[in-house]
Write a protein of this length. Structure first.
Length: 143
């Protein structure tokens, strides 16, 4: 015959509330460490892409100057887009806005390369590179 026991021999499977709270606390602690590190990593990557695009433009302008004896001005280009200067080209990085301003009128004997990125949240701002290779951020710091 079947008997009903008032005391169960097996324990219910599962987690206790304390165990679940401990897991949530550990995940929160890890997130509080990881998220700021990820944000800083992302900002450094954006800044590096801006400097890289400015240097690529400088190299292409100098190569163009060897052949044409003048520098070429370019309107604002938002990446990813291909930039052709003379016979060479490079691709502007994603979301970077590249502008090349050459000397006014006639033969341009100088230029300024400017690169901005709307996703850059740091204090650096715009990268500016001059004909002589001088690179600086809008805040005045060197690249």
């Amino acid at each position: 015959m079947l008997s009903i026991s008032s005391h169960s021999q097996s324990r219910d499977a599962g987690f206790t509330l304390i165990e679940l709270l401990m897991v949530v606390a550990i995940i929160a602690l890890l997130a509080s460490i990881a998220i700021p590190q990820y944000s800083a990593f992302k900002e450094r990557a954006i800044n590096a892409s801006m400097v890289n695009d400015a240097r690529n433009a400088l190299i292409q302008e100098e190569a163009y100057f060897v052949d044409a004896k003048t520098y070429l001005a370019l309107p604002a280009l938002t990446g990813p887009s291909s930039v052709t200067i003379g016979t060479a080209y490079f691709v502007v990085s994603k979301d970077n806005v590249l502008t090349i301003t050459a000397g006014a009128g006639g033969i341009a004997d100088s230029y300024i390369v400017s690169v901005t990125n709307p996703n850059s949240t740091g204090a650096h701002g715009t990268v500016t590179m001059l004909t002589d290779g001088t690179c600086s951020w809008s805040g005045g710091a060197a690249c």
